[in-house]
Design a protein around this ligand. Sequence first.
Ligand code: AKG
Length: 497
Amino acid sequence: MERNSSRSVADLIMSPNCPPLVLHGLIDHWNARRWNIELLSHQVKGKLSCKLSPKTHQNLWETQCIHEFISLEEFAAWGKSNEEKSSPLNKYKSEDFSCYVDYKYMKDIASDKILKDVDWGVFGFPDRDGKESTIWIGSEGCYTNCHYDMYGFNLVAQIQGRKQWILFPPWETSYLYPTRIPYEESSVFSEVNVKNPELQQHPQFQKARPYTVILEPGQVLYVPRHWWHFVESLEDSISVNTWIEMTEDFESRVSEAVTRCLISPLVGARDELSDEETESDSWINPGEEILSPDANLQLLQLAISLRRHKTEEQKSSRKMFCEAVKNLPIRDQNRLMKRKRKHSHEDVGNEYRKEPKVLSMETGVVNKHGKKDNSREEDSEEQFKSSRDLQCKTDMDGPYIVVVQSEVKDESDDNLKSDKKSFTSDKRKECEQSMESDSSSKGDKNLERTDSRSTQDISQTSSVLEASENRSELLRKLVKSVTHPNVIQEIIKELHH
Ligand SMILES: O=C(O)CCC(=O)C(=O)O
């Protein structure tokens, strides 16, 4: 990308195939930059759910973590001399556990006063502030498992502390072993522990190319639609994000509704199994619930009709959508409305006044574990070699943007060079094709139409099933295969006929 680009930030992030970006110098005017945990504890009242994970056990599923309800005062005082005796956090040593007050809609927990401390206008979204944002408050070591979000794209502002983001492009989905267990509406998790992968179990992961970024306070990360991400707080941190709806979300709503229909009876079936056959952890993330088959079908019906009428919906600016949603149970209304704003190039007000400089750069050579390998740093003195280096480069005027790129350690130089073009549509297509051929060469029969299945396929499937003794494990495999993103796409094609 060129330096001194005249394009606005909004144009840039709305452009097709825009890679992940680190945006510098754009939120210095936010009052939120002055937040710290003590200040927030006066503006956020009541108890909030938090998850605690032992620092020795990275990559626990949310369902395996300990959950407590705490006030932000208790969070702030944790491990300090002023810690209250009655604090639920007393039971856990801050040296041994991380604590994460994660994924909280600001409008649900914060005073009106601080909602205006966040302002996404500079990114082209003038009517977005804390009301449309989510806050994440965590101690050093807290993390969010690798997943991608079904809806929209994401802008993440780092307010306090540093966080590491490890990203993977959507066309590498087959290397990341997607799963819907634990089930969370709109999140597809990866089975892989990306920081410490078990390559025997997940051999395809070797082919994945991580894009690693350390996000510093004051920086904003643009996460394009459907990019996988694993996130870890390198120190106590506060971040705020907003998911910006896109017209593609009409499709995603249908696939989420199909997934919900398929997964609900299977998760229900697991509840019927005896305790010996199930692990102790739940398959449903906290805050999620399994609806009745009828409610699931209503959601599917609604999602399909919204998709069909999306053009009218765009014209009538949410009117029809809101009418349809009004007939659903309150909880489902919230679910559907939370990302209700459609998004298109036309409705982006360009609030951005200064022209940012755009730097193309690498974030350092990373190995398969997302760790940086310093041995290659001398390769290019001209370019910043890591986001850490960039942070030291404070002599540049005005805002600037870093294009996040990946580089892997054990590839030939030719491969490295070709990787740098990774955002051309050609490369993307190539990867998508390879993903398709990958799954068909692996004999992934889920991708074939049911009516073309041979008897042999069926007997193969049943021998796999027989080989597994544990019914809970059988169910897990079933859930995994029927909710695989490619299978959902096939089903949607059928539904649209
Ligand atoms: O910051 C985190 O821990 C996770 C954030 C995230 O997953 C998101 O913004 O989509």
